[in-house]
Design a protein around this ligand. Structure first.
Ligand code: ARG
Length: 457
């Protein structure tokens, strides 16, 4: 391709080292689409003949069809997908084909292809995320009465419902979704026409190619157009957060299906056995999601590090962007895809959740609140309730099992209505503050998620 300046063929090891086609080969469709837009614009602006543009476009379309059908194999020895497709075009269309690269450089070509490819993938990430949010919504809708302990420090803390707990994940994944939408806005500008770095002397029309490719505008500086990969960083960071959230959720699933918790049971189709221990049912999917999270963090660091030291404009370091961001995208897609059906098919063990709620003194705060409402300052009430818990533990009882005399030994403010005040479902449904676990508060949260799902359908 760069015949003229060079007298020798590239050393074959250097060729392999330099080549990125093993990674960027997946962008063949974007490369063709970008080139078609470019050829159309060149003809419209009178830079190449209309008949040449027509031939180029027809040949590019047939190359695309041939790659898709398998009739044309992507050559693993080509330097990258841009060289491969242009090489194939000039093979098929020797004269006109050579005109395609007028007023263009691989620098703006790769920038536009990568944006188009990542944009397409954001679309599929968004739809997979939407499905997950919708699956969680359905599960939450069914569990507004499923009492369980809420935890802090993995110690039973206060009563919540399974629905309330799940809705916390809805909130996280909704923010993740919005982050993708937001990053997509900044990604969606066309660098095409930046050429190598300094634009061109040809009378090109950048707005036209931007429009043809569905971009909302053009990058306003040609050096930035070919140097910017912060869109990869933003998507990479958004994905890292999606994975962080999936990983926390995975960790809980792993805990919940252990014999120690037994809050859920995974469907047989979504768990694995052990090669030696016949009793085992392992949550491999959740563990793998948790495990794969690390690679998306690694990819994010790769992208940031790749950018931090390179002078403007293009440097070959930037070729490393695609392996990192594509791997993050593939990882998140895979994990999101498998997570939703794993949730859909699991069985919720409501009884065990309720039992765990009864045993953990998770109504101790409510016991203190009872006294506070009767006039005792909260700090004193906190102390009385704490002493009661200590006493109950000694007696091997729950708070609800103590007699009124026992209560009165700690404070004579206790009356018979204490039993109602510390009843778990009462404790739960009195938590009506915005965002809290009472049924009415949870129903409002469900409404918010439902509206989100509707408006992003
Ligand atoms: N394969 C290259 C990449 O991914 C394409 C751009 C090459 N440009 C250049 N000036 N060598 O970055």
């Amino acid at each position: 391709m760069w015949a003229g300046r060079f007298a020798k063929e590239l050393n074959s090891k250097v060729n392999d080292f330099n080549s990125s086609i093993g990674v960027d080969g997946v962008m063949f469709e974007e490369d063709v689409t970008g080139s078609i837009a470019h050829a159309t614009m060149l003809a419209e602006c009178g830079i190449i003949a209309k008949s040449d543009a027509q031939d180029i476009i027809a040949e590019l379309n047939s190359i695309l069809l041939d790659i898709k059908s398998g009739a044309l194999e992507i050559d693993p020895n080509a330097e990258d997908i841009h060289m491969f497709i242009e090489g194939e075009l000039t093979k098929r269309l020797p004269e006109a084909g050579k005109k395609l690269h007028t007023a263009r450089s691989r620098n703006d070509q790769v920038a536009v292809d990568t944006r188009l490819y990542v944009r397409k993938k954001i679309g599929s990430l968004k739809s997979k995320l939407w499905n997950l949010i919708s699956t969680i919504y359905e599960l939450a809708e069914k569990n507004t009465d499923t009492v369980m302990p809420g935890y802090t420090h993995l110690q039973r803390a206060q009563p919540i419902t399974f629905s309330h707990h799940l809705l916390a994940y809805s909130a996280m994944f909704m923010r993740d979704y919005d982050r993708l939408v937001d990053a997509e806005k900044r990604l969606n500008v066309s660098p095409l026409g930046s050429c190598a770095l300094a634009g061109t002397t040809y009378p090109i029309n950048r707005q036209m190619t931007a429009e043809l490719l569905g971009f909302s505008g053009v990058s306003f500086n040609s050096i930035d157009g070919v140097s910017d990969r912060d869109f990869c960083v933003e998507i990479g960071a958004s994905i890292a957060l999606i994975m962080t959230h999936l990983s926390r959720f995975s960790e809980e699933i792993i805990l919940w299906c252990s014999w120690e918790f037994k809050f859920i049971e995974l469907d047989d189709a979504y768990a694995t056995g052990s090669s030696i221990m016949p009793q085992k049912k392992n949550p491999d999917i959740a563990e793998l999601v948790r495990g794969k999270t690390g690679r998306t963090y690694g990819n994010l660091i790769t992208l940031l590090t790749m950018l931090k030291g390179i002078p403007l404009a293009y440097n070959k370091d930037m070729q490393e962007d695609k392996e990192a961001i594509f791997d993050s995208i593939d990882t998140a897609e895979l994990c999101l895809e498998i997570f939703a059906p794993m949730l859909q098919t699991m069985t919720v063990n409501k009884e065990n959740m309720a039992k765990a709620g009864e045993k953990g003194f998770i109504n101790a705060t409510d016991c203190a609140d009872y006294l506070t409402k009767k006039g005792m300052p909260f700090r004193s009430a906190y102390k009385v309730s704490g002493s009661l818990v200590g006493y109950a533990i000694q007696q091997g009882k729950t708070l609800n099992e103590l007699t009124l005399t026992e209560f009165k030994n700690f404070s004579d403010m206790f009356e018979n209505d204490i039993y109602e005040a510390i009843d778990l479902s009462v404790c739960l449904n009195k938590r009506t503050s915005e965002g809290a676990p009472s049924k009415t508060a949870v129903e409002k949260q469900l409404e918010i998620v439902k509206a989100f799902l509707e408006s992003n359908k």
